[in-house]
Design a protein around this ligand. Structure first.
Ligand SMILES: [Zn+2]
Length: 317
């Protein structure tokens, strides 16, 4: 729109031809808004991304052909060709991308704010057919010897790649000659996959019904299984230190010290229980007797000593 305004044919009634052109009379630039930074040597143009890049501000991929309003400035000369630089803001973040022209290599070079996705390769490396350059074509036209050599080289390369081509052709023939059996194989694989899918689906739906949830379930992995087993172990009730100690003791007592012992473990455990009980009983008796006897003996001893003392006292008195 802005560009068109400068070129339309409407002349206002107070237009004075002495002012020069229509733009001069109106005090505007022919490019209107696009020339708003013209005093800084900047013109705003529509710039199309020449290749795939990654923005360094947001790390987003920006595809080839995305268009931006870019500030175009002239930064120098390559012989007689001007070098231009384009500065534009990423449409996904506040980062500015700067790209300049490189006439020497017929390329655009990223100055800052982005990384190029490297899609360049030498087509001869993966044995692509490359059209002849203009130089070779010219030389073939002028130099008949060169033309002959070039032709024989081409023939050689064809001869060397012939067996591989035949191999590939045969492989294709083998694979696709019997399309009936190929189709059968494919359907067999598909049937197997389908039944597996159905089975897992029914399992999932049963599980979801049991826990009354309605969320999509992902496929089970080995890592999930491991994690679940570890969690279930952790959730098992832990035994106290005392219980563990008792268990170890019981195991030590019940295990026979002699290798030839032919006891059954239940018999052994019974014997151990009886032994334990009897030992406890004995201890109780001893304790009882000690608690009963000791004070008596002490008393007796005291009384004896007292009696003795009195006796002795009386004796002495
Ligand atoms: Zn960005």
């Amino acid at each position: 729109m802005g560009e068109r305004k400068g070129t339309n044919k409407y002349y206002p009634p107070d237009y004075d031809p002495k002012a020069g052109g229509l733009n001069k009379f109106l005090g505007t630039h022919a490019l209107r808004e696009r020339a708003r930074k013209i005093h800084l040597g900047i013109i705003i143009v529509r710039f199309e991304m020449p290749y795939n890049i990654w923005c360094e501000g947001c790390n987003n991929h920006i595809g080839m052909g995305v268009r931006y309003n870019a500030e175009k400035t002239k930064i120098g000369m390559y012989y007689t060709t001007p070098l231009y630089q384009f500065k534009m803001k990423c449409h996904l973040c506040d980062n500015h991308i700067v790209i300049k022209t490189d006439p020497g290599n017929l390329e655009y070079v990223i100055v800052s704010g982005a990384r190029r996705q490297e899609n360049r390769w030498d087509p001869t490396q993966n044995e692509q057919v490359v059209p002849e350059t203009k130089e070779t074509q010219k030389r073939m036209f002028d130099d008949s010897m060169f033309k002959l050599e070039h032709g024989s080289e081409d023939k050689n390369s064809y001869e060397s790649s012939k067996p591989r081509l035949i191999q590939l052709f045969n492989r294709n023939e083998e694979k696709w000659s019997d399309d009936y059996s190929a189709n059968q194989r494919l359907r067999q694989i598909f049937r197997k996959q389908n039944s597996e899918l159905k089975r897992s689906e029914s399992q999932d739906s049963a599980l979801l019904k049991r826990v009354s949830l309605s969320i999509p379930l992902l496929a089970e992995t080995e890592e999930d299984k491991k994690m679940a087993s570890l969690l279930s172990q952790k959730l098992k009730p832990m035994k106290s230190v005392g219980e563990n100690r008792d268990l170890v003791r019981k195991r030590i007592i019940s295990s026979s010290s002699l290798p030839t012992a032919n006891f059954s473990t239940t018999k052994e455990l019974k014997a151990v229980k009886i032994l334990n009980n009897s030992a406890k009983k004995d201890l109780g008796i001893v304790k009882k007797s000690s608690t009963c006897v000791q004070p008596e003996t002490k008393k007796a001893r005291l009384s004896n000593s007292l009696v003795g003392a009195y006796g002795s006292g009386s004796d002495s008195d």
